[in-house]
Design a protein around this ligand. Structure first.
Ligand code: BES
Ligand code: MN
Ligand code: ZN
Length: 502
């Protein structure tokens, strides 16, 4: 466990194993970033030749370690590139890269440009997330570096209450993001719907029991789902040996005014997506263990919102199913009767997310929330449109802009997408059911999916966040992101709840 402390002190005088300072790129070459002044002073005229001999570019996330040989109090100086004019999102990335540069230091002081709450938050989150590792399935990691015991964040605002709060809240958010990554990274055989539901119950336990009780949680098993008539969740799950689940969590803090905002969250929890009978190609199928990233994000966000005691009501709905093929699996041509009675004709069993979400969205409308946000690894179309770093957001104009504003302060990239008029006709093109789940027209498939989900929102203010791209990093670590699950959307959802409570 890493503990964080705030201090308004000189990085040159702080006694730690390593000091981190920023390097900014300028026309005239590189220079130390604000926060590093005392270090620059200690090096004096030796600094320029040193920086130039290291041939630093100052590009974002570039790291170099140098022994200080007594020039400052710490034996190691870590230089991390910040680019030219670093934003808070850049600080988050740079801090993440710096964390990976000194995995074995017992104590570190971070002297980056962190004058206020937003910067301290970004650096704290970035540090914790960049140093994230998933070692459950690896041998010989017990004695391995698990990050420094102590990180001293140096800030001129160290005594301000808002900065102190930012440091604390950042640790809560980072823990939730890390929890989300853990679940996404867990092999799908170890996280079937019943096991996933158990893991959620266990994670929520400190908040659902005893004196710390802030949440109520219900797990609907396959029997209860059948009684409710959740045909979407049951239909998708029926090809798997592991039965589906629907987890519902509610957070309603005591003493909250009657008219406090009520947010409903819905997350896609496909614990593995083989595509079903419309089977996926083999090459990328293993990454479909991440098809529950939306579910993981909404659960972890809900837990974080409760830990932070944010003054909002939250109702969270998490449909969990495994999309498999077997003699019992749903066939193309089958019709499912969704929760609430809408019938849906299946054309492609690989478009399963919208089916489990349909049931859960209708459940969400029943608690009469002020707004609904669903988060889902829904379509490859969104990855084609926006790449692997940016999520697509569609739905009611106001909720879309609220989500975009929250994603901005959380440092997660989201972009608005439309639901064109033509989609209405396409989703109602089934000759035998109320809705067509898919129509084999390739164009605009991500928007078709959005239009389909909208049918289950009863006209309530709603936004759909398609995280198929940014929820999982296939390559290596970069900035505060590490390989595998990224925890995308957790921070945005917490910031959304925070902004509603303001
Ligand atoms: N889980 C996938 C979407 C996905 C693709 C997530 C790539 C992450 C990375 C989803 O269930 C799916 O298979 N969608 C289909 C929809 C199509 C059949 C309309 C797709 O995107 O091809
Ligand atoms: Mn699929
Ligand atoms: Zn899927």
């Amino acid at each position: 466990m890493t503990s964080f402390i705030l201090r308004n002190a000189s990085p040159a005088k702080t006694k730690v194993d390593a000091v981190v300072v920023g390097v900014v790129a300028q026309d005239s070459g590189v220079d130390l970033a604000p926060g590093g002044e005392e270090v620059a002073k200690a090096y004096g005229r030796k600094l320029r030749p040193l920086l130039s001999s290291l041939s630093l570019k100052g590009s974002l996330g570039e790291t170099t370690r140098i022994p200080t040989a007594g020039t400052i109090n710490a034996p190691v100086l870590v230089l991390v590139g910040l680019g030219t004019a670093p934003s808070t999102a850049d600080l988050r990335r740079a801090a993440g890269a710096a964390a990976r540069a000194v995995p074995n230091a017992a104590s570190v002081a971070v002297a980056l440009p962190t004058p206020g709450a937003a910067e301290v938050r970004a650096v704290t989150e970035g540090w914790l997330l960049g140093g994230y590792r998933f070692t459950t399935y690896q041998r010989d990691t017990a004695s391995d570096a698990s990050g420094p015991g102590e990180v001293v964040v140096l800030s001129a605002g160290a005594r301000k209450q808002e900065v102190v709060t930012a440091l604390e809240e950042a640790q809560v958010v980072a823990a939730a993001v890390a929890g989300c990554r853990d679940w996404v990274n867990t092999p799908p055989g170890d996280l079937t719907p019943p096991l996933f539901a158990d893991v959620v119950v266990a994670a929520a336990a400190p908040l659902t029991k005893g004196r710390g009780k802030k949440l109520t949680l219900t797990v609907h098993d396959e029997v209860s789902l059948a009684e409710l008539g959740c045909g979407g969740i049951l239909g998708v799950g029926q090809g798997s040996e592991a039965p589906p689940r629907l987890v519902e969590i509610s957070y309603a803090p005591k003493g909250l005014p009657e008219d406090a905002p009520h947010l409903a969250l819905v997350g896609k929890g496909i614990t593995f997506d083989s595509g079903g009978l419309s089977i996926k190609p083999a090459a990328s199928m293993h990454e479909m263990k991440s098809d529950m990233a939306g579910a993981a994000a909404v659960v972890q966000a809900t837990l974080a919102i409760a830990r932070l005691d944010l003054p909002v009501r939250v109702s969270t709905f998490v449909p969990m199913a495994e999309n498999m093929l077997s003699g019992a699996a749903t066939r193309p041509g089958d019709v499912l009767r969704m929760y609430g009675g809408t019938t849906v004709e299946i054309f492609n069993t690989d478009a399963e997310g919208r089916l489990v979400l349909g049931d859960a969205l209708v459940r969400a409308t029943e608690v009469e929330p002020d707004l609904i946000v669903d988060v889902a690894t829904l379509t490859g179309h969104m990855v084609v449109a926006l790449g692997t770093q940016v999520a697509g957001v569609m739905g009611s104009e106001e909720v879309v802009s609220q989500v975009l504003a929250a994603s901005e302060s959380a440092g997660e990239a989201c972009w608005p997408m439309p639901i064109p008029e033509e989609m209405k006709q396409r989703i109602t093109s089934s000759k035998i059911a109320d809705l067509a789940q898919h129509d084999w027209v390739r164009w605009g498939g991500g928007l078709f999916a959005g239009a389909f989900l909208r049918e289950f929102t009863a006209g309530r203010p709603w936004a759909h966040v398609d995280i198929a791209g940014p929820s999982f990093a296939s390559g290596g670590p970069s900035g505060h992101l590490t390989a595998g699950g990224t925890g995308f959307a957790v921070a945005t959802l917490v910031d959304l709840a925070r902004s509603l409570g303001d």
